[in-house]
Design a protein around this ligand. Structure first.
Ligand SMILES: NC(=O)C1=CN([C@@H]2O[C@H](COP(=O)(O)OP(=O)(O)OC[C@H]3O[C@@H](n4cnc5c(N)ncnc54)[C@H](O)[C@@H]3O)[C@@H](O)[C@H]2O)C=CC1
Length: 482
């Protein structure tokens, strides 16, 4: 019965799935994002802790895939749920994200049977905290959702396994301390690492096994296969501190697959406005380096901001590139030194000031990269300058997910109260959540349509097939646990 509901039978009208998912998520406090003042405010933390306790009880071997400290992991799972619930009306918009998540989970050693464990524990945890208000229709709605989630992830992982390793080892071949807090590292992966300029990767150090953090690749693809990362050591940031302060040439790290869609489109003829705050420069630098291989006509205005001038750690390289490529101009700005003789101010203000001279900011393709706060403030200011959202791309991670809701172009900024990613800002990106940019959101999808798409394309195995044999979710749960 439940499977039929997901596939569009009369048992559960598929059109009700998004509303049911939202309602049920609200029951466990999910509607407030993470913390709020309602009675539900601490439920998200509790539910995710409870979920992991169930997972590790049922399958103790899974504990070895996770880091000793689970705080960031808990946060990421909740953010992923928020994202899925937030886009429940548009499951087709989740497919690319879920495929990336599936590929990325190969590095943890995730197997198809693990998805079953996760499903049982997730639904048990949701029901436990929702209490009596939980209804059988909510079971069916979540099952429909999970069928898409797990099926898409497993399929992507399986396909990726034919093409690429689950992870790469890479040796540090260069380590430059540009400031006491910022290092530029060059890595030599052990086998070909294919990526596109503007993408990011996840990285694990030997010092902190199983703790993965995201960093943008700061270079265009090179013939020698090396990768450069820009890393700022964050106080109490395990991986970033290890990379900046405790990593030496010859050390080995592990890399996950490249992700992200903040790519420079070669088909557009428009000039570029690039805005980079601090180490957020990394993906922008990669794009500019890439453009140096093929661009001749498009003007690129790059605004590069730091708090103090000694933190403009890559300015010399940018100016050198601008000298050789006349289509590139770089404006550097310092925000926290009132005596700095050059351009002063926060990046959005500096960009707005220069817009007076460039009446055509609105005609530019815009790329923004930096902290969550910087990206939010910059997008808000760009909107004041009548720059259409559809022309703005940003490198979003973790906490940026809450910035977007389906609807227009690249997305629609939400109020600042939208969920941010506590505890991980500054450590690159939040693991397991990925980007929120891309080519807009289609409104054509539905859970039913996605189910049909899966079926037509031979969606098989895993949760979908197994649950299908049971008549109700509870029946299936009993059959799985007995
Ligand atoms: N390492 C990497 O590969 C990447 C890092 N990032 C993120 O970039 C950020 C870089 O941080 P930091 O180097 O510490 O730079 P930062 O926080 O010192 O900011 C640099 C500049 O950005 C602007 N800015 C910062 N906060 C702002 C706000 N609230 N409103 C308006 N403008 C603001 C200011 O002009 C400031 O001088 C981190 O959050 C990091 O996670 C993003 C992409 C890639």
């Amino acid at each position: 019965m439940v499977r039929q509901a997901a596939m569009g039978s009369t048992d559960l009208d598929p059109a009700r799935v998004p509303a049911l998912i939202r309602e049920s998520f609200a029951l466990v406090g999910g509607e407030s994002g993470s913390s709020g003042n309602s009675d539900n405010s601490d439920k998200p933390d509790k539910i995710v802790s409870y979920f992991y306790a169930l997972v590790f009880t049922e399958c103790p071997a899974l504990r070895d895939m996770f880091p000793p400290m689970m705080d960031a992991q808990r946060d990421r799972l909740f953010q992923a749920l928020v994202r899925i619930v937030g886009q429940a009306e548009h499951p087709d918009s989740l497919v690319a994200y879920l495929r990336e998540l599936g590929r990325d989970h190969r590095k943890y050693g995730a197997q198809p049977e693990h998805y079953d464990v996760v499903w049982r524990c997730l639904i048990s945890a949701l029901k436990h905290y929702a209490g009596a208000a939980w209804t059988p229709d909510m079971d069916a709605a979540w099952l429909a959702a999970y069928q898409l989630i797990a099926g898409t992830m497993m399929e992507a992982a399986e396909q990726d396994a034919q093409l690429a390793p689950a992870w790469w080892t890479a040796r540090v071949v260069r380590h430059e301390l540009r400031t006491p807090d910022i290092a530029v590292l060059t890595l030599q992966p052990d086998s070909p690492y294919e990526f596109r300029a503007g993408q990011y990767l996840s990285l694990e150090t030997q010092r902190w096994p199983r703790v993965w953090r995201h960093f943008s690749i700061a270079n265009a693809p090179r013939s020698d296969n090396t990768l450069t990362l820009h890393v700022r050591a964050i106080p109490a940031g395990w991986v970033s501190t290890a990379l900046v302060n405790h990593t030496r040439v010859g050390d080995v790290v592990r890399l996950g697959p490249p992700s992200g869609t903040m790519l420079c489109t070669t088909t557009s003829m428009r000039d570029l406005l690039c805005i980079a705050g601090g180490t957020g420069l990394a993906p922008i630098k990669a794009m500019v380096e890439d453009m140096a291989k093929w661009n001749t006509t498009r003007q690129v205005r790059l605004f590069y901001g730091a708090r103090h001038d000694d933190e403009l750690y890559d300015l010399a390289a940018l100016e050198h590139l601008a000298y050789r490529r006349r289509w590139l101009s770089v404006v550097s700005a310092v925000s926290h030194d009132p005596h700095f003789p050059g351009e002063r101010g926060m990046l959005p203000d500096v960009v707005a000031r220069h817009g007076e001279f460039f009446e055509h900011w609105a005609g530019h393709d815009v790329y923004v990269s930096g902290s969550v706060a910087m990206v939010r403030a910059t997008i808000a200011r760009l909107q004041e300058l009548n720059i259409p959202l559809a022309s703005i791309r940003f490198d979003a991670y973790g906490g940026m997910d809450g910035l977007w809701q389906p609807g227009a172009g690249q997305g629609v900024p939400m109020p600042p109260s939208a969920p941010a990613g506590p505890g991980t800002a500054g450590e690159g990106r939040t693991e397991g959540v990925g980007h929120a940019n891309g080519a807009g959101v289609s409104t054509a999808g539905s859970w039913a349509a996605q189910g049909a798409w899966r079926r037509d394309n031979g969606w098989r195995a895993g949760v979908a097939g197994q649950v299908g044999a049971a008549r109700t979710l509870d029946e299936w749960l009993v059959s799985q646990t007995s």
